[in-house]
Design a binder for this molecule. Sequence first.
Ligand code: 13P
Length: 255
Amino acid sequence: MRTPFIAGNWKMYKTVSDAVKYVKEFRGLVKDVEGVEIVLAPPFTAIHAAAEAARNSNVGIAAQDMFWEREGAFTGQVSAPMLQEAGARYVIIGHSERRTLFGETDATVNRKLAAAYAAGLAPIACIGETLDQRERSETFDVLDRQIKQGLDGLTAEQIGQLVIAYEPVWAIGTGRNATPAQAAEAHGHIRKRLQQWFGPEPAELCHLIYGGSVKPDNIRELVSQPDVDGALVGGASLDVRGFFEIVTRSREAAV
Ligand code: 13P
């Protein structure tokens, strides 16, 4: 069985001092939690301080994005080796806000995934359909394209280590989460495609987590679905006690 994976994506919230205060409290709350991989993704500016505050704890730090080149004249960009040195161990790639607001495509996702692996960062690759696409019954086609093009060229071993976040765009920040059945259906489809395109073993190892309006009161039902191996939590991860609840409830549901 896959270890539940729960990550908090803070998006553009929290300063350095907010982040340090949160991590100091959070690491105390989760110190005895076993059997869940716990990750926090602060903004770039707070990664180093958050990683220092989380040192020798069971909380890992992620970046929310990265650029694929190691260094160069790319004003405003941050590379995977820079994140690694700052203390990040994970990186979110291809979040729908990056795709819709900042022009990310499956091709850029693909380059970033390769660069993350090359630098030793563990990527969390985001996919998911918009409301229009769901209403036109295009969900599976969209997921297929995002998987095929976004993960193109990754090795079986890399797929086995990958975390894929299924985040239906219509469920992000709307308070309208996918129903457990909708999440299970999409995750089942993704797992099937990974089996077909990369083989049964990497497909079995790959973590498929759900994101979109996850809260303490819906996490249990979501993670008890087959193929839902955890969650990528936005708004509800900003509150340290609420996120702790999500972590503990996901563990109870998964055992
Ligand atoms: P919300 O949990 O705020 O809906 O955000 C989900 C998300 O985008 C996580 O990456």
